[in-house]
Design a protein around this ligand. Structure first.
Ligand code: ADE
Length: 422
């Protein structure tokens, strides 16, 4: 068996059962896997994948394996690993996995180095920690890298910053920019799984509560839509005037966080930025306010400030639920999942049906990088639009839904500037 570090290999049968269950909802990825098994487009390729170790990710790794790749998988977040899945990948599929739920930051960083020790030719990243470590600390092996794919908005922001400063010397495919990724995964996936995480952790009723959502990108829109659907009064905070107008016209109240702080019962950050909930906000919150994050990194809530405001260390009142009591006014602030992605810390992340399209994009992005090895310029690229359309078409077919086709007359009309009114 290859190298691995997982919690408990005896969890493998349970993990396998859940991976198979998720696979039932991933027909598009399955089609890619079947083609990869025939064509072996990734034969002999070394891949390092840094992703949330979930049942859906397991099906992506199986797809890469079917294509002929040797993959090492590490967790992209210390709290998101499903230990039974990690065990099943090692025991049933012979994959090198380094991931344990609750691992320390030091272990997490060590796993990033182990992934790079694998001398990857392709890096699948989620948040860009592997690429950032390669560029900062392992420059000698940059030449071996054909390219990287990036799953999330946060990672793409980092890659763009690397591109601007000239350190990104290989192509990066921004998987998040595919329409069949962000329109579904970020919106419907984050929308549902974030509320799932909050409810599993706390069992609170959302109906009638005031839910403050920081950020109205695709993730924020999804969370807002679902919170409203469950009867919550939703407030949006934003820094971008266009997104703020959009939130207003979608029927939400919009205000600065300093005002929202005293109104909210539940706070959810999905901005990708740091200290969106800060010292002055905690000081204004109601007794029992619940605070959590569904953005990629655990930087959105300033927990250090909260620790300084609190009279003592927090008390764990339920799994993933910590209560701080403020020295100044005795109010209790409840933090979920240590400020890490609540949908993966306390629940199972996005459902397989949306990850199906996200991970079909990932698998096809890897194939695209290999096929176009040496042809793509260094920097951030998007997959061709035809790949997006193909993934959407396959998803529709798997759902048994047919759509109209343009008639020849309509194609001609769309290509002519001369035709106008009837
Ligand atoms: N990101 C959000 N949900 C996920 C899931 N179920 N698997 C992998 N990555 C995810």
């Amino acid at each position: 068996m290859k190298g691995y570090e997982v919690k408990d290999l005896s969890l493998a049968p349970h993990g396998r059962q859940r991976i198979d269950w998720a696979d039932r909802e991933m027909p598009v990825l399955r089609l890619v896997r079947e083609r990869f098994a025939d064509e072996k487009p990734l034969a002999g390729l070394r891949i390092a994948a840094c992703a949330h170790v979930t049942t859906e990710t397991a099906n992506l790794v199986r797809t890469l394996q079917a294509g002929g790749a040797e993959t090492v998988l590490i967790a992209s977040n210390p709290l998101s690993t499903q230990d039974d899945v990690a065990a099943a990948l090692v025991a049933e599929w012979g994959v090198s996995v380094y991931a344990i739920k609750g691992e320390s930051t030091e272990t997490y960083r060590n796993h990033v180095h182990i992934a790079l020790d694998h001398r990857p030719q392709i890096i699948i990243d989620d948040g860009s920690d592997v690429v950032a470590t390669l560029v900062k600390e392992r420059r000698a092996q940059i030449g071996e890298v054909i390219g990287t794919t990036e799953e999330t908005t946060t990672g793409i922001i980092r890659l763009k910053a690397m591109e601007r400063t000239g350190v990104l010397t290989f192509p990066a495919i921004a998987v998040n920019n595919a329409q069949t990724k962000h329109l579904f995964d970020n919106r419907y996936g984050t929308g549902q799984s974030t509320l799932d995480g909050i409810i599993r952790a706390t069992n609170i009723l959302l109906a009638g509560r005031t839910v403050v959502i920081a950020g109205y990108g695709w993730c924020g829109k999804g969370v807002a839509m679902r919170a409203r659907g469950m009867g919550a009064n939703v407030i949006i905070t934003e820094v971008n005037p266009i997104k703020a107008v959009e939130a207003v016209m979608d029927g939400f109240r919009v205000m600065p966080m300093i005002e929202a702080a005293s109104c909210g019962d539940v706070f959810i950050t999905v901005t990708g930025n740091r200290h969106v909930i800060d010292r002055e906000h905690f000081a204004r919150m109601k007794d029992g306010a619940v605070v959590c994050n569904s953005g990629h990194f655990d930087v959105e809530i300033n927990l250090r400030a909260l620790r300084e405001l609190a009279e003592s260390d927090p008390i764990t009142v339920r799994p993933f639920v910590e209560e701080y009591r403020l020295r100044a006014n005795g109010r209790r602030i409840i933090v979920l999942g240590e400020g890490r992605l609540i949908n993966l810390a306390a629940a199972e992340g996005h459902p397989a049906s949306v990850m199906d399209m996200s991970f079909a994009n990932q698998a096809l992005a890897v194939e695209y990088l290999v096929k176009h090895k040496g042809e793509l310029s260094p920097g951030v690229h998007t997959l061709p639009a035809e790949v997006d359309t193909e993934i959407a078409s396959l998803k529709l077919r798997s759902l048994g839904i047919e759509i109209d086709r343009l008639t020849p007359e309509q194609i001609e009309y769309l290509s002519s500037w001369e035709a106008g009114t009837a």
